[in-house]
Design a protein around this ligand. Structure first.
Ligand code: ADP
Length: 343
């Protein structure tokens, strides 16, 4: 027993969740990681009453009986969240050592990857199907009808434009992922960026009958940033305010002076982009920055949206150690608040 106790100490030095089962099939040592998964207070209990999953128990019994080391998968819930582990058990002397590797994050990544590919394929298939259909019609029924040809070609142009935008935005996202950890180094005057965005989006705002007003503090507000990326952030947010909040007929952009920003725990500026349109129901707000998430897919496609604009905003702000928050009331409008640290 004294020997076993010393051996038992080994699990406490392991970074993986681990336990040792004695020759009497009772657990005689386990570490904190193991307790996080299976609960605590089972020292000396038969392993069957602790591990509980029939497949796992069968395999460990085989190992006990002199079988080769085994691997199994454990699916469980920890603090209300699904979790999965690779379990390894091997016999050494008359003891069995069980150790676990957490696979939860890796599996989530894998799921995100497959969902992402499915989403991209779906997004590309819709315009491609439309293009193929129109090509067929132009060759057949509309062959001698210039008016129809003109109309179909215009739709085809829009669909091709949407695909180009989608591919461009996917490339932007993938580039952003590569530079996520590189801190930006330019001194950027936020007022200048916001004015530039106001001018660039002027034609779109005019076409939608929306007035875009900018309110700047008297002194320039300068942050450490990447000017082109910050321009992209405000372009996407102001364009959304015009596209989805346009019924309110005005958009207000306000740049605040540098003050202590509790959410950033440092000095920084808060920039608000407020529209007075339809607003966003509360249950959508937390998901807006997910890739391809849209409140109303039909409407987004109608205005040429790809569902990637806010995902790009979030990535850029992460690189800047900034934050994005939405406040919205249905039928009263939406306010996007960007906070950026001064340096
Ligand atoms: P999209 O390309 O569809 O515009 P975004 O990622 O930019 O994608 O936005 C995601 C969704 O968030 C939009 O489809 C829209 O439903 C919603 N949304 C964004 N901004 C606003 C806003 N100001 N008012 C209402 N809905 C908005």
């Amino acid at each position: 027993m004294a020997d076993n106790l010393e051996i038992g100490d080994v699990v406490h030095a392991m970074s993986l969740p681990a336990a040792m089962i004695g020759p009497d099939a009772r657990i005689f040592a386990y570490n904190a990681g193991f307790a996080c998964i299976f609960g605590d207070g089972f020292m000396g209990r038969h392993f069957i009453t602790v591990l509980r999953q029939p497949d796992l128990i069968d395999k460990i019994e085989t190992v006990f009986a002199g079988g080769a080391p085994m691997n199994a998968t454990l699916m469980t819930r920890i603090s209300g969240q699904d979790a999965s582990f690779d379990v390894h058990a091997a016999k050494t002397g008359d003891l069995v050592i069980v150790s676990l590797v957490d696979r939860t994050d890796a599996e989530q990544m894998e799921k995100m990857r497959t969902d992402f590919i499915a989403n991209v394929s779906h997004e590309l298939r819709t315009p491609l199907t439309a293009l193929s259909g129109f090509i067929e019609t132009l060759r057949g029924a509309a062959r001698h009808d210039p008016t129809a040809q003109d109309r179909f070609l215009r739709i085809m142009e829009t669909e091709a434009g949407r695909m180009t935008r989608l591919v461009d935005e996917l490339m932007t996202l993938s580039k952003l992922e590569g530079t996520q950890r590189q801190r930006p180094t330019d001194q950027v005057d936020i007022g200048e960026v916001v004015r530039l965005v106001q001018n660039t989006l002027g034609p779109i705002a005019d076409a939608a009958g929306v007035a875009v007003d900018v309110d700047l503090p008297p002194a320039p507000v300068v942050v450490l940033g990447d000017a082109a990326q910050l321009q992209q952030v405000f372009t996407n947010l102001v364009e959304n305010a015009i596209k989805y909040g346009g019924s309110g007929k005005r958009v207000e952009i306000t740049v605040g002076p540098h003050t202590m920003q509790p959410r950033l725990r440092t000095q920084g500026t808060a920039i608000t982009i407020q529209d007075f349109g339809d607003g966003i129901a509360a249950h959508h707000i937390a998901r807006l920055t997910e890739r391809f998430y849209r409140v109303d897919s039909h409407r987004s496609r109608e205005v040429g949206g790809t569902g990637l604009g806010l995902a790009i905003v979030k990535h850029i702000l992460n690189r800047h150690r900034g934050r994005l928050k939405f406040e919205s009331n249905v039928r009263q409008g939406t306010t996007a608040v960007v906070t950026l640290p001064q340096k």
